[in-house]
Design a protein around this ligand. Sequence first.
Ligand code: FMN
Length: 444
Amino acid sequence: MASGAFTDDQLQAISAIVQQAVLPLREASARKQPATNGLPEPAQTNGVNGYHYTAPEDINSAQDRVKFAYWVPNVSGGLVISKIPQRTNWDYLSNVRYAQTAENVGFEFALTQIRFMSGYGAENQHESVSFSQALLHNTKKLNVIAALLPGPWNPAVAAKQIASIDHYTNGRISVNIVSGWFKAEFTSIGQWWLEHAERYRRSREFIECLKGIWTTDKFSFKGDFYQFHDYPLSPKPLASPGRPHPLIFQGGNSIDARDNGAHVSDYYFMNGNTLEGFQEQIADVKARAKKLGREDEIKFAVNGFCIVKETEAEAIRLLQEIQGKADKEAVAAFGDAVKQAGSSTGNKKGMWADSTFEDLVQYNDGFKTKLIGTKEQIADRILLLKSLGIDIVLLAFLHYEEDIEYFGEQVLTLVRQLEKEGRGKNQEDEIARTGEVYRAKKVV
Ligand SMILES: Cc1cc2nc3c(=O)[nH]c(=O)nc-3n(C[C@H](O)[C@H](O)[C@H](O)COP(=O)(O)O)c2cc1C
């Protein structure tokens, strides 16, 4: 129907043209004016006076490089449960800026989080798949890992949704299948709260279904949680050599999580841990995978909270300030909620099973990974992680406004330079260089 001087079709065409013209302008203006939440301008920022670092084209050309991911702040409150001011925003335009900056400085992955309600602060939470898609449409190279929670998500919907996004974004979407630790979140939305091992059994079936739907012509499955009968998904996601379907990440520290890693995941995501903790977990998951003939199929990714400063003392001081200003009530509530995770199982193994109050201030034990110090110290520790068999280092920062770019310019380039010199391959050598920091209680 005509509306004023224009037909509906004409109005739609005009609106599309205006959107196309306005979006880049809004993004450009967001880049020029980093939102500071009313805080003072950052002291060690890039981006002041218009300077922005761009990594050389070949920054990620080496086949055996360690890769970098960052946590997308699609929930409010930043990546630490602390009242310390954070120059980290959770809104769409800020996140577009972070994603563009990240890929510009050499990050290859970004991980969105799935939360249905606030648990430890995080008052607002944008939905993970739609947010991932929005970031993908505003980037060119970044691979965005969208978190999916079996229960609210069903594998038929997830497989279809992700396959389509894979087409729109030239194969740049991955998924992280999470198993849930927050009972109130499930019961609030009318979902059954299964006991720990059952949650992981459901997640395993969920992943088996995703893979089956994505790779078989007509998929049939008779599980305890899901059933399919000659289901012919079309279009399938884009397949390429070494990537038969979007990558499947799955995390946790419990035996159930490890077993799922060994059986069905492409990547096993670990929380922060001690050196021995990482070694034990990697060896255990590999041994489980080996029994299934999958030892070459499972890769490892680890979470770490990163503070890069000119001196180690400055970095440690900032860590202590973050922990000292912890939101005590929120950390305590989080500590209570996570008792439903791996620590609730018979063997008490699991994420957060032995986390102190200070550890919990970063909700994925990211301080334990000790990426806190000078750029040289952090590069050494990343190369140690690489030598343990870790393929992706997932990072969280205090001030996303400047820390992603600073990390890229200062640390990522240094890691690449040291890799060229042959570093990160010999575990004994890397442990001899910096292993002590994981043993000594040098960084609290
Ligand atoms: C890197 C990483 C990201 C995660 N992201 C989410 C998330 O977005 N939403 C969520 O509910 N749980 C998330 N989890 C939690 C796990 O799915 C799982 O509930 C938790 O690891 C319980 O571990 P456990 O069984 O080993 O104790 C994440 C875990 C890791 C390691």
